[in-house]
Design a protein around this ligand. Structure first.
Ligand code: SF4
Ligand code: SF4
Length: 413
């Protein structure tokens, strides 16, 4: 796509990157067919090719409007279009660049600005969010339905292994997961312990930065990245093998740290090393597959009624991290029989803060996804990202769990 960037961006790093991305796009529109918002809304401007045009116009000097911002807001950043694109267009990067410019040129007001401000303040602060979640959980049954759906029942992390190992990995504790679903990292710790690996947490680490990035605040996301690198660095230097991530949405953010901090002389090298050390938990467990199989072989077989399982692969896992088939193989090894799920490439509508900011589209995607997931009559649904688990779990009539919790339960049987 031929582009003539305006002076304000032409000679910047973002401008050069945007130009390179735009040049790759050949307008074929293949991506449109797999875009969830285009499928629902039927408007070219609510699909990737239309959004690329909108961003191109802004980068060439056109003044964006509230309508421009709306079409960009409606994008889930699910990256299904990237998986489909035959030209390798890095759409999500272009979207980040375009959204940040539009955010400055078309400021928000009223309830939209207030809601975004509240999300930016509350979500990335684990202590503040944890206190609010605890309060919500204590009065959960009295909350109105829409709010109750965002508050899972109180749960615990389960027993600590209480052993140390020479092999260590660093956990990303994250921001909302510890207070909403503490058992996810608890289960990971126990499974890794049985495989001879100790999972430790770094003091001072926190939100991966995805929340602020989703809300078009790249500088805040960079601050989150720097704080985490500072917290993880001494442990990596002391021999920790990996930074292990149990929420694939956070994983896509952490593997972007080197790009985010490429112009920061103090963090460019460190961030590249952190990215090299970062693994989704499924990759770490897969590397220990033989040991896991030996442990599973000593467990009683899974009851027939619990075997049918639907796996929802989050967009961040399949399109962002490009991990496909790994979790599925581990679940089959654990005795589960995976049901067929139609349109498994499509987003469930959770998408970070999207379910709060675009509730109507989000709920339509949620209903479609649940219909697809339950068509094979599974006993439960498994997923790999806290956002999807909460979003689907709030309305599903069968349990929705992180897959590592299922492996943990199998090993404890
Ligand atoms: S990221 Fe998802 S919602 Fe956004 S344009 Fe691509 S496919 Fe559509
Ligand atoms: S599939 Fe790729 S090249 Fe084709 S229109 Fe979409 S982004 Fe452009």
């Amino acid at each position: 796509m031929e582009t003539h960037l305006a002076d304000f961006i032409r000679h910047t790093t973002a401008g050069r990157e945007a130009e390179e991305i735009l040049r790759r796009c050949v307008h074929c529109g293949f991506c449109t067919a797999t875009c969830p918002t285009y499928q629902l809304l039927g408007d070219e401007l609510d699909g990737p090719r239309g959004r690329i045009y909108l961003i191109k116009q802004v980068l060439e000097g056109a003044e964006p409007t509230e309508k421009t911002r709306l079409h960009l807001d409606r994008c889930l950043t699910c990256r299904s279009c990237e998986s489909t694109c035959p030209s390798g267009v890095h759409y999500s990067r272009l979207l980040d660049i375009g959204r940040e410019i539009v955010e400055h040129k078309v400021p928000r007001s009223g309830s939209d600005a207030m809601m975004r401000g509240a999300l930016k303040t509350l979500l990335p602060r684990p202590n503040l969010f944890g206190a609010a979640m605890k309060l919500g959980q204590s009065v959960r049954l009295m909350l109105p339905g829409a709010l109750r759906a965002k508050v899972p029942p109180l749960s615990s992390a389960g027993p600590e292994p209480g052993r140390t190992h020479a092999r260590k990995v660093i956990a990303l504790a994250g921001c909302v997961q510890p207070s909403m679903y503490p058992n996810i990292n608890g289960a990971t710790r126990r499974v890794l312990d049985k495989l001879g690996i100790e999972m430790i947490e770094a003091r001072g680490a926190g939100c991966c930065g995805a929340v602020r990035m989703h809300l078009n605040e790249a500088e805040g996301a960079r601050d989150d990245a720097r704080r985490n690198i500072d917290a993880w660095w001494p442990l990596l230097e002391a021999g920790a093998e990996h930074v292990v991530i149990t929420a694939s949405g956070c994983g896509t953010q952490v593997v972007d740290y080197a790009h985010l901090l490429q112009e920061d002389p103090d963090y460019a090298t460190k961030s590249a090393r952190v990215v090299l050390a970062t693994r989704d938990v499924s990759e770490v467990i897969l590397a220990e597959a033989e040991a896991l199989k030996a442990l599973l072989a000593a467990c009683p077989p899974l009851p027939e009624s619990e075997r049918p399982l639907a796996f929802h692969s989050p967009c961040s896992l399949q399109h962002g991290l490009k991990i496909r088939g790994t979790v599925e193989a581990l679940l089959v090894a654990a005795g589960y029989s995976l049901t067929l799920v139609a349109d498994s490439h499509l987003c469930c509508g959770s998408a970070g803060t999207y379910s709060v900011l675009q509730p109507e589209i989000s709920q339509r995607l949620q209903a479609n996804k649940l219909h697809a997931l339950t068509a094979g009559r599974p006993a439960a649904i498994a997923s790999a990202n806290v956002g999807c688990i909460g979003h689907l779990g709030s309305v599903a009539e069968i349990p929705v769990r992180h897959w590592i919790e299922l492996i943990d339960a199998r090993l404890a049987a």
